[in-house]
Design a protein around this ligand. Structure first.
Ligand code: COS
Length: 382
């Protein structure tokens, strides 16, 4: 199995998370999917076990885990329940702008409560008419004395409405293009903040996806992250560091589907022998396992580059997210095929895994955008 280049304690932590996921998370996955309700019990479990503390520095109440340990944790959780894996991934996503660009006061104010899991976070870049073209956003922030007044909305926001802490990108100077976008910490309780539509989704059903609406929303000026105009770069730098986490979610889903297919193939008897004895099934399983391993190497590698503080690693994050999510679709589809009729019915988890896998090709940048990032790096010689 792909090697994590982390200390013994982190290997032990990942092993403990694997066990916890199998024992406590896996039995909840089907019910979470059926109910479509946010799994507060799973959030509590991750908080109690300090799993939500992993992305945060020790000085701000976290446990300062390496990115490699974080992706391995997301993988193990998602192997059992993609919605639960996403709880950790999004806590990191929403907090990343603060981790990257927050000043000491902002970090002191927000990070400890995110590390403990008392508060959830969310990341607000996308709008109804600006997804891949993130710079085409319309939400405006206008400075008035010691506050900014925000007007506009964000769409498809994971944890939207549940998160107390929202990292929101908004235009402060339209004429400056991407250099006129700024990042703000917006609390759910601020006047003028409201939650619009809550989306019904194909998969990751327990995760809440909502629209955030800002109507003359009053945000203290000290909640600006970095300087005016830094927002687009902060948003991009955030995604560079969190896309491997989505790769890890996809990887976990694929591994869960392979686990299921192997188990089923050994037990399912047709023509007087387990179907696993057929070379046709064996070749499918071998291909699934090999794709998963290749994806794991890409995800772990991107995480290691982050841990090492490499500068030009965006395209490796994109490769990890793109490849892992593409193979997650293939592997979950093959798992359904191996399970046959049982793969197609909701009593078995295979169809849920395919539905959950699909979003990983879309969010945190569609795989078309990942290819664009990779090609740009190639063509500019990075
Ligand atoms: N790190 C730091 N800075 C970056 C960066 C990165 N990864 N990517 C771009 N920038 C900077 C550029 O260097 C440029 O800076 P200057 O003004 O100093 O030249 C600025 O940001 C604008 O970059 P660019 O011209 O490349 O912007 P584009 O509008 O062409 O957009 C893509 C670039 C397509 C990569 C961007 O819009 C994107 O990632 N879109 C997908 C958004 C996404 O993932 N949404 C999901 C949200 S979470 S569900």
């Amino acid at each position: 199995m792909a090697v994590l280049h982390v200390a013994e304690e982190e290997l032990a932590l990942v092993a403990a998370i694997r066990e916890l996921a199998q024992e406590r998370v896996k039995p909840r996955a089907a019910a979470i999917d059926h109910s479509g309700q946010y799994p507060w019990d799973m959030k509590e479990l991750l908080a109690q076990q300090d799993i939500l503390a992993m992305p945060f520095p020790i000085e701000y109440g976290g446990i300062g885990a390496s990115e490699q340990a974080i992706v391995a944790a997301i993988e193990e959780l998602s192997r059992c329940c993609a919605t639960t894996g996403l709880i950790l991934a999004v806590q990191q996503l929403g907090a990343m702008p603060i981790l990257l660009a927050g000043n000491a006061a902002q970090k002191r104010q927000y990070l400890p409560k995110l590390a403990s899991g008392e508060w959830l976070s969310a990341y607000g870049l996308t709008e109804s008419s600006s997804g891949s073209d993130a710079a085409a956003m319309q939400t405006m922030a206008v400075r008035k004395g010691d506050v900014y007044i925000l007007n506009g909305s964000k769409r498809f926001i994971t944890n939207g409405g549940l998160a107390q802490v929202n990292s929101i990108m908004a235009i402060t100077d339209r004429a400056k293009g991407t250099r006129g976008i700024s990042a703000f910490i917006v609390e759910r309780d601020y006047p003028g903040f409201s939650v619009g539509r809550i989306e019904g989704k194909m998969g990751i059903k327990g995760s809440q996806t909502a629209e955030l609406i800002f109507t003359d929303c009053v945000v203290p000026a000290e909640n600006l992250l970095g300087h005016e105009g830094d927002g687009f770069k902060i948003a991009m730098m955030t995604l560079d560091r969190t896309r491997p986490g989505i790769g890890a979610q996809a990887l976990g889903i694929a591994q869960g589907a392979l686990d299921l297919a192997v188990e089923y193939a050994k037990q399912r008897v047709q023509f007087n022998k387990p179907i696993a004895e057929n070379q046709g099934i064996q070749f499918m399983l071998a291909d699934m396992a090999t794709k998963i391993e290749a994806a794991r190497l890409l995800v772990y590698n991107a995480a290691e580059l982050i841990d090492r503080g490499e500068k030009h690693f965006s395209h490796y994050s994109s490769m990890a997210k793109m490849y892992a999510s593409d193979i997650a679709m293939e592997v979950t589809n093959d798992a359904i095929q191996i399970l046959g009729g049982y793969g197609y019915i909701t009593e078995y988890p295979a169809e849920r895994m395919l539905r959950d896998a699909k979003i990983t090709q879309i969010y945190e940048g569609t795989n078309q955008i990942q290819r664009l990032v990779i090609a740009r790096a190639l063509l500019t010689g990075l």
